[in-house]
Design a protein around this ligand. Sequence first.
Ligand code: DGI
Ligand code: FE
Ligand code: FE
Length: 193
Amino acid sequence: MAEYDLKLLQKKMKEALSEDRYEHTIGVMYTAESLAMRYGVDMTKAAVAGLLHDCAKCIPNAQKIKMCKKKDIEITDMEEKNPSLLHAKLGAYLAEEVYGITDPEILSAIRWHTTGKPDMSMMDIIIYMADYIEPNRDKAPNLRAIRKLCFENIEEALYQVLEGTLEYLANCPDMIDPMTKVSYDFYKWKLNK
Ligand code: DGI
Ligand code: FE
Ligand code: FE
């Protein structure tokens, strides 16, 4: 069983991220731990995934592209147009190669935290939702209700957030990442909507 030095990872994130992004990261870490308590998943792994989920966020976009090309990480057309989307897959790569994380559950949660994907694991869902509801967030609509719902029925909360993301992007449909849409379609089907 891998041991994680959470304090050391925190220190590394403080160096890698802007002040605001670091505050957000700590919020996601604690929120993910709370959701892990509620849903019976490994709290330490949730904390590590929360801490590292945005580890590539503050790399300038041009450099994100360069790094992906150098490391043979696939860049989709959508990511080419909107390179900030790359921070999820580049983050999973850095979590493994730079921060030494080998656990597939943690790496998957980082990889899919921006678009989601169909049939996410509970760890994936927890990081996706903790990112959305952590205490420093204040812009999303309906946050009060979504926060409460996360602790009652997290798949329903996930569905509502995916729906809201698509609604938000509805006036610029070519900005919608295909993965966001297939995630939404999957949960719409799964929850009989
Ligand atoms: O990195 P964070 O800001 O903490 O949060 P995040 O990783 O969820 O990324 C946030 C941005 O990603 C937010 O502005 C919404 C955007 N996003 C999510 N799905 C899509 C998307 N942007 C586009 N263009 N298309 C999507 O499908
Ligand atoms: Fe992110
Ligand atoms: Fe985030």
